[in-house]
Each structure stands twice: as C-alpha cells, then as structure tokens.
Design a protein around this ligand. Sequence first.
Ligand SMILES: [Ca+2]
Ligand SMILES: [Ca+2]
Length: 356
Amino acid sequence: MRATISRVSIGAIVCSLLAFGAWAAAAKSPLDEVRAKAQVAVKLSKPEARLWKNTLFALHGRIFKDPDLDKHFRAQAWYKPDPGFDDSMLSPEEWDLAAELDRSPYRKLGHRIRLHETHLGEYWSNDRSHVGVLWRAVEDLDGDGKPDTISLESRTSKGNGSVDNVLSVNGASFPFETKVCPLWFWVTDIDSTDKFHEIVIGDPGPSDDYSAHLFRYDHGHIELIADEVPGTDTDCDGTGIVTAHCRGKVLHTWSYPGRYALDKAGKLAFVPREYYPMSTNVTVTADVLLFAKPGAQARTVQVHKGTRAVIVQTDNASWCQLCMENGACGWFHLNGYASIDGKDAYEYFSGLSSAD
Ligand SMILES: [Ca+2]
Ligand SMILES: [Ca+2]
C-alpha cells in the first residue's frame, strides 16, 4: 500500500520544502510547525499531510527508505539520522499529531474515518522479527463524549510466523492473532443510530486474501464483533450493513459484494442470500443443455457452441445461471467446485478466471 511519492506530488513536496525554509524566519521549532499543520490538517493534501507526519519521525532520526523523503529530510539542518530509531521515541502528543495528520484526508468519507494507512515495512526492525506499537489514535468509541485512546501493538510469533497483536483502548486490552501484520486500522460507524464507533483492523492475509477484524469498546471492555470479514474495502455506510468483498466458492475465481449485518447480540454476521451475482462474460465452447430453473427435472434450454453469454448468478454451491445475448436463460449444475456432467467447466466455457 505504501506508494512512493508520485511525480504529481513532487510539486507539493517542493512547496513544503519552501515551507520548511520559512522555519528560520518564523522562529518556530519544527515540532511547533507540525502542531500548527495538524490544526489545519483537513486543508492539507495527502502528500503534504504525509510529509508533515513523517517530520515527527524525522525529528527522532528515522531513516527513510523513500528517496523523496530521505532527500527532503537530509536537507534539514535539524535532521540527525539515527540507525537506532524506534517508534517508542515518539511522545504520546506526537502520536496524536501523527494520527491527526494521517486521517485528515479521509474525514470527508463520513462514516468511514480511516485513521491510518501506513505501510508496515517502515516500522519493521531490520530482522523483521519485531514490530512494536503500530498506531495510536484518539476517538470517542463508546459515545460518552470523552475521547478514548486506541493503540495497536503487533509482534511476530515465534514459530508459526503468525502475528500476535494487542489492541488497547484506555486501560483495556484485547489480544488477537493475524496471519500477517495488520496494514490498516480505522474507526467506522456501522450503525449511525447507535452510540458506538467501531474499530476496523485489516489483515493482509496470505495470497492477498485480505480481511478485517472489527471491534467495539463498551463499558470499559473491548469486544470482537467480527473476525475475518473478507476484503480490503470493508465498507460501512451507517445503515448497520457492512459490505465486504467476498470470494466465490464455486466454478472459478470471482468475487461478490457480501453483506454483513449486526445481529441482536451486537455481532456482525454474514447475511446469506439465495443467489449471488457472478456477472462473468463467457463464450460457450461445447454444446450444452441447461435446466430451466434450479432443481428442474429435465433439461430444456439448448445452448450451442460459440454462443456468447453471461454467467449471471449462482447459489454459490451448485447452481449457476447462464443468460444468452438473445435473452434466454438456463441453469447448469455443478458437482464439487467446477465439474459439469463429469467434465471440467473449462471444457464448456472460455472466459473463466483461474487467478489465485
Ligand atoms: Ca469515550
Ligand atoms: Ca454507531
């Protein structure tokens, strides 16, 4: 996720360089300057916010892999690169400033307040065996009007390569394991009619099988309300429904917008549907007879080789609907993942995806 600064943003960096040059004239310390920028964070562009946030780390000597940041900070008289830099050198106030600068470009997203989107690589130690405190943020999570201090600490486990995380809110903590170090951490509002804001922590997972863990803070306790909701873009619109990027289970590699909703116990649960949209364009490569509807006794819909069609929807178990250009539709039955009448589905359709 960490994007090196694009050419487009170089201009912003140069402007910021000029701003840095104004420090001496303004007789403000670099930290004072960051404080001032954090107060107007919503007006900053994303590259500007990133630069000022990284100033906090640079003040403690972090060495930057990003060549633009490296060049920029090495040009500052106050910058003293320190190979021994550690996140713990930042004060709580500096973490709060970092969070303020980090989330500002996302405020306009309304119900989705993304606090942090920072590539973890910058936080790993050289042997990639230790991470430490990844994020610190302040939000009112339980709706009592008082800000709650949130932090996430992650360390690689010994042995199986998974990651031990501890989410803390004020004095409470919640340990949980992820397959890979969490890359995203934000606060969202699943249901705008209740007083809570929920914490979302993203787990990149193996093979880009991204997922999110969701937590609620209530009466001084942290509660896991959903484990491994699939997708990078777990999105909430305040209606109580979370839309997730779910992988299909049959035929080929495809995904659909799955719905999760809060149940009576306050947990986020998958909402099953009869059929899920597949919307895959295919060309039929062998004559096939289809059923008029799932479970029909006889096959009545003839489809000829060479026909262009769309696999419109599926029950994500054994039935898929195919619709032709002339508007006629029929259903085929799967055995197992992708077997049609004992043959692989690839013998009937071209256009299926076999991405990992
Ligand atoms: Ca609170
Ligand atoms: Ca709410």
